[in-house]
Design a binder for this molecule. Sequence first.
Ligand SMILES: [Zn+2]
Length: 136
Amino acid sequence: MVKVVKSTYDEIIKHAESGYPEEVCGVLIGNNGLITKFKECRNLNRERARDRYELDPHSFKEADDWARLDSMEILGIYHSHPDHPSRPSTFDRERAWPDWIYIILSINHGKYSDGRAWILHDFDSTFIEEKIELSL
Ligand SMILES: [Zn+2]
């Protein structure tokens, strides 16, 4: 199970909707398994921004520093799938790191449709879906 503070999840949805029709991405921040914050990151992939993302390493470093200031850590990554289901693509799978939480938000015609969380338990396995639980 993946726990996310509801207001944080709502803000992530807003980010994903505002980026439509391009894919947006960012990092999920928190501790003790609860995602409390996020940070928008730049999608460096300009050529295929509609169906791929490449998280800007500079944004990633900034987010990591920002998380540490509050004694938090990066727990995973979120990104949007414009007009595609919220399941990981082969490309997503190839680039994923084990034990990180990957939240994928499906945005249809500019509106949030659904979001699902995925975790890879080791490099050779497939993504396992985890239920998202929203908390106050
Ligand atoms: Zn994807």
